[in-house]
Design a protein around this ligand. Structure first.
Ligand code: PLP
Length: 386
């Protein structure tokens, strides 16, 4: 793995052993015949796509799922040979590129099949998975009539139909009523499909929440995203206590300036924070351009195993924090992760931002170097700013 140099004191640490642990945990609950597609879209939810993909492959995942053709091509360029499925819509004129790279695409529109087919040739057919919209309302065929239209358009000299799949909208909620409705719709479409199609296809329906909660109904594959990164799909699923996941990402920086201010001195843009006493103020080189949003003003970071609040407005590249005492320059500051007995989780940050943990790891920007750790040793790094 490559080590890229960087010249700043803020970094995200990605513990690849934890990613592998989370895969093993899921594997133990899945039936023998159910394989795992690691979902590494969006730079592996901000963790670093290539490094995560290689670690996941070593832990036994059978393939990868991404959202964009660009993401799939990046994996191929970095030497990933396993099956890759693009789960989103790809422009039909780009289908030949996918075919050449042996990347599977998602299909659900007969006109797309016609148009993409014009650039394909029987010497290099395109692998497709047919998407069924059973209630997510996003992409996919909804009826047997639409399935028939798609299958009629499908020229089997240009395409191989390798999979059918759907996506659940509420699998992370305690109430499974709507999940079961979607499951019923899926079963109806599946029996209609099996009457019409004799070839072998992979069937996959489950994301992390579905795979963790209903492992026995997962058919050939699951698409394992958030759980692989050690985060629970929702507080509901976390409360179910199904398996012990370990968060792979932590976010760190260092104090670059420390000063003692008298009472009544203002901090940062707008002078919104004023010291209420003599206070030790530290400056930390991480800001909203690194993904630490302005609305995180007032939340805590960890210094010396203790919580310290962010005071004043978050700047583009820096924040100020109130320290409990003087600390030397270079003192470790943790934004996400553990210091001694204290921990700040992505779930805590998500709650502050009124969002989900998925968005927290995705929001850490390209500018923050990723440092990859395996079995406690640093094995590589990626500097997104260059
Ligand atoms: C992102 C995505 C997944 C992964 O979902 P997680 O909840 O992160 O496991 C699975 N399937 C589809 C279609 C997706 O878009």
């Amino acid at each position: 793995m490559s080590v890229e140099t960087y010249y700043r004191d803020s970094w995200a640490e990605i513990d690849l052993s934890r990613i592998q642990h989370n895969i093993y945990e899921l594997k133990q609950t899945l039936p023998e015949q159910t394989g795992i597609y690691a979902v590494v879209k969006a730079n592996a939810y901000g963790h670093g796509d290539i490094q995560v993909a290689k670690a996941a492959e070593a832990a036994g995942v059978k393939g990868f799922a991404v959202a964009l053709l660009d993401e799939a091509i990046r994996l191929r360029e970095e030497g990933i040979k396993a099956p890759i499925l693009v789960m989103g819509w790809v422009r039909p004129e780009d289908a030949a590129i996918a075919a050449r790279e042996k990347i599977s695409l998602t299909a659900f529109q007969p006109e797309w099949i016609e148009e993409a087919g014009q650039s394909l040739s029987p010497t290099c057919p395109l692998s497709i998975h047919m998407k069924w919209d059973t209630g997510m309302g996003r992409i996919g065929i909804r009826t047997v009539k639409e399935m028939d239209e798609l299958l009629t358009a499908l020229d089997t000299s240009l395409y191989t139909l390798d999979g059918v799949f759907t996506h659940f909208a509420t699998a992370d909620e305690e109430d499974a009523t709507y999940f079961h409705e979607q499951q019923e719709r899926f079963d109806l479409l599946l029996s209609a499909f099996q009457e019409r199609w004799s070839g072998d296809v992979e069937i996959h329906t489950g994301n992390s929440a579905t795979a963790m909660r209903f492992p026995e109904t997962m058919n050939h594959y699951v698409r394992f995203g958030i759980g692989m990164y050690g985060l629970y799909p929702s507080p509901d699923v976390k409360a179910m206590d199904i398996m012990p996941l370990e968060p792979a990402l932590s976010l760190h920086s260092k104090l670059i300036h420390v000063k003692q201010l008298p009472k009544g001195e203002a901090i940062s843009y707008g002078a919104t924070y004023v010291t209420s006493d003599e206070e030790w103020i530290g400056t930390v080189p991480l800001g909203y351009a690194d993904g630490w949003k302005r609305s995180l003003q007032g939340t805590d970071v960890l210094v010396n195993g203790k919580r310290c609040p962010i005071v004043g407005k978050v700047c583009m590249d820096q924040i100020m924090i109130r320290l409990d005492q003087q600390y030397p320059i270079g003192t470790h500051v943790t934004f996400i992760g553990r210091q001694e007995e204290e921990e700040i989780t992505s779930d805590e940050i998500a709650a502050h931002l009124d969002t989900i943990n998925y968005e927290v790891t995705c929001m850490i920007s390209y500018r923050v170097p990723r440092v990859f750790v395996q079995d406690g040793k640093t094995i590589g790094s990626q500097n997104g700013a260059r």
